[in-house]
Design a protein around this ligand. Structure first.
Ligand code: SAH
Length: 396
């Protein structure tokens, strides 16, 4: 096996169990390795540190499979670690009975570059790095064994694959396309999941708990849901008895699915829902000009800052929409504001929202700090895993 030799002093992050080895930490590769091959990672003094997947084209030159230099990375490795990730979910009371569930959350589950989401008996697999790409068949078998699922769809079309020199791969890799459209019930609300053409793996599972929280807050409130996608927050707000729900998204297909989703839930009062295909930045201004006000506003924008390099521009965008939201809130109104940008820390996000309230001339307090649910864990030594952060604020 080839050896990846680190520069002197560059083994510190590995000693802290951070799974990424950046190009700047590498002295040399001794021996030959193809992309995705497992390499022995050794310190400058030759001490074995870990086994990792080699990725010559990426700035993240290797991702650690195991910090035990004696553990073997083979089919059985994936069987063991995938089974363990699935069992951890089964043993988490909050997650029991959920039809939509993230089974494997990459680095934070010890499986860098590997995402697996379960929607009923369908699993969607996403490989984003050379390591899991090499072990695709072992991973598919292990998922089948660990879950007894009926089918697996591969949705490896994330743009981050390009950084690894990988082309997009999509298609059914086990079982066949289901005859009927795929639906899950999320906390009492039926939602369609389009695993082929929807965003990410088809659905934003990471907002499940926050959608449920919305339901508990929405009673009688005039609600505005910005960036509504297929209506997850909107439908939970209706389920919670919202007085009205105006939902905005720039994607026509997402809105069409949202409207379909509402029809799939006859228990909800469709007369209270209004859908608008628009750019949120423009529409918030228009709502202000029209003198509209709300008691609950949800802002769940897409990732404005994929990395720290984009943070400043993204911060302006976050500040802009949050300031407008603050202006649109009635006294005592609630703002649920999120960022899923890895490049924006939760401290920074709080500062942005605070600045936005100042811009709007509103006093506000934080009632809750919000994050992803426990099927999207954050490994203690991998702070990059904490991408989703949110604040529930109440204005004076
Ligand atoms: N809250 C949703 C997920 C939101 S994802 C849920 O719980 O499922 C972000 C959404 O923002 C996407 O649906 C995308 O179409 C939409 N979007 C991106 N930029 C936008 C813009 N400028 N104006 C309106 N919608 C936008």
């Amino acid at each position: 096996m080839a050896q990846l030799i680190l520069l002197p002093g560059k083994d510190r992050s590995l000693a802290r169990r951070h799974p990424w080895i950046f190009a700047a930490a590498v002295d040399k590769l001794s021996g030959r390795a193809r992309p995705g091959d497992t390499v022995d990672v050794v310190a400058a003094n030759g001490r074995p540190l870990a086994k990792a997947a080699w990725s010559p084209e990426s700035k993240i030159r290797a991702r650690v499979w195991t910090f035990d230099p004696d553990e073997i990375v083979d089919d059985a490795f994936f069987k063991r670690h995938i089974q363990a990730a699935v069992e951890r979910r089964q043993q988490t009371p909050d997650l029991r009975g959920q039809e939509g569930l993230r089974l494997i959350h990459g680095e934070s589950d010890g499986l860098p570059g590997l995402i697996a989401d379960r929607y009923g008996d369908t699993i969607v697999l996403q490989l984003t790095a050379t390591g899991p790409e090499k072990w695709r068949q072992a991973i598919i078998h292990a998922l089948q064994r660990a879950t007894g699922c009926a089918r697996i769809y591969e949705r490896s079309d994330s743009h981050v694959r390009r950084l690894e020199g990988l082309l997009p791969v999509t298609g059914w890799v086990f079982g066949a396309e289901p005859a009927e459209r795929l639906c899950i019930v999320e906390n009492g609300v039926r939602m369609q999941v389009d695993v082929v053409a929807g965003h990410k793996t088809g659905f934003y599972l990471d907002q499940r708990d926050n959608r449920l929280l919305t339901r508990t807050l929405a009673a009688d409130r005039a609600t505005l849901n910005c960036f509504c996608y297929t209506g997850g927050f909107s439908l939970q707000a209706l389920a919670g008895g919202a007085g009205s729900v105006l939902s905005i998204d720039s994607s026509g297909p997402a809105l069409a699915t949202a409207i379909d989703n509402l029809a799939l839930n006859p228990q909800l009062d469709a007369n209270r829902a209004e859908w608008r295909e628009a750019d949120v930045f423009t529409e918030l201004r228009a709502l202000k000009s029209a003198g509209r006000h709300f008691d609950l506003i949800i802002l769940d924008p897409p990732k404005f800052a994929p990395s720290a390099a984009h943070a400043e521009r993204a911060a302006r965008a976050y500040r802009d929409i949050n300031a407008f939201a603050f202006r649109l809130l009635n006294r005592g109104g609630l703002l649920m504001s999120y960022s899923c940008s890895g490049g924006i820390s939760s401290e920074y996000f709080q500062r942005i929202v605070a600045d936005a309230a100042l811009d709007a001339g509103r006093g506000a307090r934080i009632l809750r700090r919000l994050a992803a649910p426990p099927d999207h864990p954050v490994a203690l030594h991998f702070s990059e895993g904490e991408y989703l952060k949110g604040l529930l604020c109440q204005v004076d």
